[in-house]
Ligand binder design. Structure first.
Ligand SMILES: *[C@@H]1O[C@H](CO)[C@@H](O)[C@H](O)[C@H]1NC(C)=O
Ligand SMILES: *[C@@H]1O[C@H](CO)[C@@H](O)[C@H](O)[C@H]1NC(C)=O
Ligand SMILES: *[C@@H]1O[C@H](CO)[C@@H](O)[C@H](O)[C@H]1NC(C)=O
Ligand SMILES: *[C@@H]1O[C@H](CO)[C@@H](O)[C@H](O)[C@H]1NC(C)=O
Ligand SMILES: *[C@@H]1O[C@H](CO)[C@@H](O)[C@H](O)[C@H]1NC(C)=O
Ligand SMILES: *[C@@H]1O[C@H](CO)[C@@H](O)[C@H](O)[C@H]1NC(C)=O
Length: 229
């Protein structure tokens, strides 16, 4: 479970920058901490696979993760989703010297590696997503070199992630993932149950809700056809 401190950091410090138009930023609570979230207990097999292929310094990817994807954590949508984040889109291995080349340079490879380590170290989606959110938030502002600040801001231990990072290093971490992603025309590539939703990625909620066959239907799915879309 997410520590209250971690949730507070998001609600009070990070989010207001991006959700400046939201009238009630103070009641804006990410990461499924709503009291009603726990009632939905779908069978794992009914969950919808939501895969996001991205590159950590691609601005559309960063914006999607921070602004759109974040919504699943402050609704009950996270309960019906298996989230699968793949940070190595459009990176490739130079066969001559086996090094990884990232579209937006070495900083991107570094951040991709750290995010992969976070994904490997914490199965708990709210934890690894929190860190990735923080990194991507910095990426939007061009402050990705300050990534180390995220650990203290979120009250997450940096040791396991740094251990993974120095132990495996970018080359090896990346190679496992790079085969999963052929070069993509645009980022992020969002897949719902393994089908691309193309440029509609901002509307992923609709596709997730349409793909979901379980009961009960999450409240986040009730309103979309009339209100939001
Ligand atoms: C791969 O690396 C070699 C050696 O550094 C370099 O000469 C070559 O241009 C690189 N190829 C690509 C496609 O980046
Ligand atoms: C491999 O080649 C790439 C592309 O030429 C270069 O940027 C990189 O520094 C090389 N890596 C090593 C470990 O030699
Ligand atoms: C890390 O990568 C470098 C090449 O970039 C390689 O020489 C070194 O052996 C790697 N270290 C580990 C622990 O795998
Ligand atoms: C990824 O592809 C490279 C060659 O392109 C191959 O050597 C390597 O075994 C593959 N790794 C995985 C995990 O499939
Ligand atoms: C999507 O693809 C993965 C890997 O190929 C597979 O394990 C998973 O069952 C697929 N999901 C759906 C809903 O088809
Ligand atoms: C999302 O869906 C609405 C309604 O169908 C549409 O007007 C809008 O263009 C879509 N947004 C994107 C980014 O595709």
């Amino acid at each position: 479970m997410v520590s209250p401190k971690l949730a507070m950091i998001f609600a009070l410090t990070l989010l207001p920058f991006l959700f400046i138009n939201k009238s009630d930023a103070a009641s804006y609570y990410p990461f499924g901490l709503h009291g009603d979230g726990a009632e939905v207990a779908p069978f794992a097999s009914q969950k919808v696979d939501l895969s996001v292929y991205y590159a950590s310094l691609s601005q559309p990817s960063a914006t999607f993760i921070v602004k759109n994807l974040e919504e699943i954590f402050h609704s009950d949508l996270i309960n019906i989703i298996n989230l699968h984040l793949v940070p190595w889109a459009n990176a490739y291995v130079n066969k001559t010297n086996q090094s990884i080349i990232c579209q937006n340079g070495p900083d991107e490879c570094e951040l991709n590696s750290l995010e992969t380590c976070a994904l490997n170290v914490w199965n708990d989606v709210s934890k690894h997503y929190a860190l990735i959110y923080c990194f991507e938030f910095l990426a939007i502002e061009g402050r990705q070199k300050n990534w180390q600040d995220c650990f203290s801001q979120l009250d997450l231990p940096e040791e396991p992630v740094l251990n993974c990072y120095t132990r495996e290093n970018a080359t090896e971490i990346g190679q496992k993932y790079i085969n999963e992603t052929a070069p993509l025309e645009f980022l992020p590539l969002v897949m719902v149950n393994n089908e691309s939703i193309g440029k509609e990625y901002e509307n992923f909620t609709r596709y997730v809700c349409e793909a979901y066959r379980g009961t009960p239907v999450p409240a986040a799915c009730n309103g979309w056809s009339t209100n939001k879309f």
